[in-house]
Design a protein around this ligand. Structure first.
Ligand code: PEP
Ligand code: MN
Length: 273
């Protein structure tokens, strides 16, 4: 029985507002979170943060602890990446979201991050969900690679069951038979989750497509379908990125996305900063 996140049969009928610093997710405002897949250097993160802020993003993303399919790929800078994230956050004033993969890192990451990201590969890590639920930190819970909506909803329920209702659900594509794209974005999930739950819903078109040329059109589709915001990977030089370069937008492409987002947000009655 899903108890806490159901929109019906609970006292909570309105979309929950998730507060990350001054940013409110789940209100009239569309929230754009942008930044590199991984924190690679001070200059990389600073230049990206300044540019996305200038263009209207309200939060910065960047991974210090990266879940990689191969253990021989770049797995993030760990503690030194967090240190860079903390400096850039202070410099720019942007709230930051970063992934937590291990319960042992929760405390340290909570000193820097304004929001925890729980990645696809950990959507059913019930120990992690429970421990994150005990904090009062906002959480971006990504959909598992092959998770049904029901499994995803129950994963969120683990967090709410511990008393933390500051959860945003993020569709990031699922695995299908299609191989041209890295994943297949399940647009259905956006209105379905809005119907089933009172939590805000985000779309990550970067992991959802795996191709920078497809990121903008799919992002717009997500907003048209009712998403409360986007998480987009942006890198100063995608060709040189240490992870997820092919799906990362450069600054110019991100600027174009923001411009087009202005038009779609107007059409669906949402506000942009
Ligand atoms: C990421 O956001 O860089 C990431 C690893 O995402 P996901 O967990 O959706 O694969
Ligand atoms: Mn990534």
């Amino acid at each position: 029985m899903v108890k806490l996140i159901a929109r019906r049969n609970t006292e909570q009928q309105e979309t929950t507002k998730v507060r990350v610093g001054d940013v409110i997710i789940g209100g009239p405002q569309l929230v754009v979170v942008a930044g590199p897949c991984a924190i690679e250097s001070y200059d990389q993160l600073l230049s990206t943060a300044l540019e996305i802020k200038r263009l209207g993003a309200s939060m910065l993303r960047g991974g210090a602890y990266k879940p990689r399919t191969s253990p021989y790929s770049f797995r993030g800078q760990g503690e030194s990446g967090l240190e860079v994230l903390s400096q850039i956050k202070t410099l720019t004033g942007l709230p930051v979201v970063t992934e937590v993969m291990d319960v042992r890192d929760i405390e340290r990451i909570s000193e820097v991050a304004d929001m925890f990201q729980i990645g696809s590969r950990n959507m059913q890590n019930y120990t992690l969900l429970t421990e994150i639920g005990k904090t009062r930190h906002p959480v971006l819970l990504k959909r598992g690679l092959a998770a049904t909506l029901e499994e995803w909803i129950y994963a969120a329920e683990y967090i709410l069951a511990e008393g933390n209702d500051q959860v945003v659900l993020c569709e990031r594509g699922i695995r299908t038979f299609e191989t041209y794209t890295r994943n297949t974005v399940d647009i259905n999930a956006i209105p379905a989750l809005k119907e089933l739950t009172h939590l805000p819903v985000f779309l990550d078109p970067s992991h959802g497509t795996g191709r920078c040329s497809l990121v903008s059109p799919v992002a717009l589709a997500g907003i048209a379908a009712g998403a409360d915001g986007l998480m987009v990977e942006v890198h100063p030089q995608p060709d040189l990125a240490l992870s997820d370069g092919p799906q990362s937008l450069n600054f110019e492409q991100f600027a174009e996305l923001i411009e087009r987002l202005g038009l779609v947000s107007k059409a669906v009655g949402r506000e942009m900063t």
